[in-house]
Design a protein around this ligand. Structure first.
Ligand code: ADP
Ligand code: ZN
Length: 647
């Protein structure tokens, strides 16, 4: 085997312009450069791309040929390959967006050995035509490695299941000597075990990073009037900044995008029902323009590598913690302060339960999905540190070193023992979530919970049918409604037994009861409530119900907002800010010319550092993070001119 001429560290500096590897990057890269297989679990923004890009460059440099990158993100391949070009790396992509002629061109370059990286969609990789081409490369020893990005797509437990991923085992079977690296930001034990099994990665070394995202602040508020809550949140905390708002349905996406626009916030819709050209256009605008809010279903976001998304808001609750974490993880990739904000209410609980109950899936699958939903409900209802719970769900103890990369356990508790109810480090605080910043007053809601359960029981007993939450709460509060009269429910012993309780308190109790599985919501038109096996423990006082006292939590006031200036630039003096803005204008022109997002040219932090250092020569520019050799050569002189002009 030829030894690479460039060490990984040289490549990091020269090609990408970065000083040091982050976290486990170096270990992963060395392992893969040496020909090992790897499974990389790293949170979004952790720096996964370099884990295969650097080995691809090193192995190409050592005469070992081309790296094939399997990625499901057709709409983003253009920008990813563009970013590599900017860094001076030969790369191309093959997917359905190319014409036959364009694809043939790429194939020619591939066979001539001109490419360091080839990005390809999974359905393309497993076609006989493509396999014949990689056969040809393999025969000449010119297959450097396979990188399987977004590897959780292979698992039905992941939230982006792509059946085409299942066929990727062919790579291992056909080219056993070629190293493979699979990467994902989804870390729950079940999905991880599934990835290993499905992709036959039993022999691969696992690299598990800490999943903590310290710069993200988690906030979960009780949903009252979700839209005005959202508006207030954006206006107070993120005016003029880029963000993503997740909604459950297409209709809601449209409505919310429109309402935000009417309120003067630049917002675009994104969902699978939109024409694909419009979808692509909205995505491009979000990536290329500044300060846009994308209102979207979960169809949006995988692989979006925009570094300066300052907030991710959920107007509706996601299905499970994996989804929540993945989606919120899209905020703050650049490491600067960012918010994950969610409004959550009883209706979310009911909707999510119903979607599971009514899905055509088998009972075993539904059971797993219910367990996952329960863990998210527990997180939403928590009165202690959200971060501790989130990380606990992924098997990580907050503040301790990341979980050992042992073999994943297959085949026992389908949730890998990671129920959100069990919090490993009780009492730990992160200082950067709502519960840590404004510890909520907690009251014992057990008595009220028992009253609620008794009421459900009495109603069922007296009427032979069950009712929904609204009617149940009317009975508890002793309200004389038409329905109460119609069914004679004022006769019940539970009529008016919770007169003193407010409606929001009763809702909170019910959410808790549903969250802990003591009440079930039956689907159909009326969402009727019924007792479960879990009710008994609450009735007997064996399980306590803790309630967050409904105090209006003050919005965290932050001084970090200086207009819509990126966090990177807020520490700059006035002169430097002028230079920074000039540099941004220049960057916008370049990006438009190259049809790429601005951050692919230079990150905000790089421009801010240039503005601060006021470089006079190319040497002065060298060593600024984010300026590699190719960018120095391509843009160095222009940057110096912009800096000098602004003086
Ligand atoms: P992921 O794919 O894990 O979500 P990326 O690969 O997109 O993350 O990396 C996130 C950001 O961090 C990118 O902007 C990338 O350029 C930057 N980055 C990654 N590794 C390093 C490093 N060693 N030094 C500086 N910046 C890095
Ligand atoms: Zn906290």
């Amino acid at each position: 085997m030829n030894t690479p001429l460039l060490s990984p560290r040289d490549i990091l500096r020269r090609v990408f312009g970065y000083e040091a590897f982050r976290g486990p990057q170096q270990a992963i890269i060395e392992h893969v450069v040496a020909g090992g297989d790897a499974l990389v679990l790293m949170p979004t923004g952790g720096g996964k791309s370099l884990c295969y890009q650097v080995p691809a460059i090193a192995r190409q440099d050592a005469g070992q040929g081309t790296a094939i990158v399997v990625s499901p993100l057709i709409a983003l391949m253009h920008d990813q390959v563009g970013a590599l070009h900017e860094a001076g790396v030969e790369a191309a992509f093959l997917n359905s967006s190319l014409t036959g002629e364009e694809a043939a061109q790429v194939e020619k370059r591939l066979l001539r050995g001109e490419l360091t990286l080839l990005y390809a969609a999974p359905e393309r990789v497993t076609t006989p035509r493509f396999l014949a081409q990689i056969d040809a490369l393999a025969e000449r020893g010119q297959l450097a490695l396979f990188a399987i990005d977004e590897a959780h797509c292979v698992s039905q437990w992941g939230h982006d299941f792509r059946p085409e991923y299942r066929a990727l085992t062919v790579l291992h079977e056909r080219y056993p000597g070629v190293p493979r690296i699979a990467l994902t930001a989804t870390a729950d034990a079940l999905t991880r075990a599934d990835i290993v099994e499905r992709l036959q990665l039993e022999q691969a070394q696992q690299f598990v990073s800490s999943f903590d995202r310290p710069n993200i602040r988690y906030t979960i508020v009780e949903k009252k009037d979700a839209l005005s809550q959202l508006l207030r949140f954006i206006e107070r905390e993120h005016a003029g900044e880029a963000g993503i708002v997740y909604c459950q349905s297409r209709k809601r996406v449209e409505d919310v995008a429109q309402s935000l626009s009417e309120a003067g916030i630049q917002a675009l819709p994104y969902h699978a029902g939109l024409d694909s050209a419009i979808r692509q256009q909205n995505q491009n605008r979000f990536l290329r323009e500044e300060g846009l809010v994308m209102v979207a279903t979960i169809a949006f976001g995988m692989g979006i590598d925009k570094p300066d998304v300052r907030f991710v808001a959920h107007l509706d609750m996601p299905k499970n913690i994996e989804g929540y974490y993945q989606e919120t993880g899209r905020a703050g990739r650049d490491g600067a302060a960012a918010d994950a904000w969610m409004a959550y209410g009883l209706q979310d609980v009911v909707n999510q339960r119903r979607m599971i109950d009514e899905s055509p899936a088998g009972e075993g699958f539904k059971q797993v999905m219910r367990g996952k939903l329960d863990a998210l409900l527990a997180l939403a209802e928590a009165t202690d540190c959200r971060r501790v719970r989130l990380l606990g769900y992924f098997g990580e103890v907050y503040g301790a070193s990341p979980p050992a990369a042992g073999p994943p356990q297959v085949g026992h508790d389908p949730l890998g023992g990671q129920r959100g109810h069990e919090v490993p480090s009780v009492g730990a605080t992160c200082g950067n979530c709502d519960n840590c910043l404004h510890p909520p007053a907690v009251q014992d809601g057990s008595e009220l919970a028992r009253k609620f359960l008794s009421c459900i029981y009495r109603v069922q007993q007296a009427s032979g049918i069950s009712f929904g939450a609204g009617h149940m709460m009317d009975i508890l509060r002793g309200k004389q409604t038409e329905k109460v009269a119609q069914y004679g429910h004022e006769q019940l012993s539970t009529f008016g037994i919770a007169k003193e309780a407010g409606e929001s308190e009763l809702r909170a109790v019910l959410r808790q009861l549903i969250a802990i599985g003591a009440v079930a919501v039956d689907g159909g038109m009326f969402n009727t409530l019924r007792l479960t096996d879990g009710s008994r423990a609450v009735l007997k006082g064996e399980v306590k119900v803790q309630l967050r006292e409904s105090v209006a939590t003050p919005m965290a006031k932050r001084s970090r907002r200086a207009g819509a200036l990126a966090p990177a630039a807020q520490a700059l003096g006035v002169d430097d800010q002028v230079r920074y803005i000039n540099l941004k204008t220049w960057r916008a022109d370049v990006a438009r010319e190259h049809n790429l997002p601005a951050y692919v040219i230079f990150h905000d932090a790089t421009l801010a550092e240039i503005a601060r250092r006021r470089p006079q020569s190319l040497e002065d520019l060298q060593g600024i993070s984010g300026i590699g050799a190719k960018k120095l050569e391509a843009y160095g002189a222009d940057v110096l001119r912009v800096v000098a002009d602004g003086a």
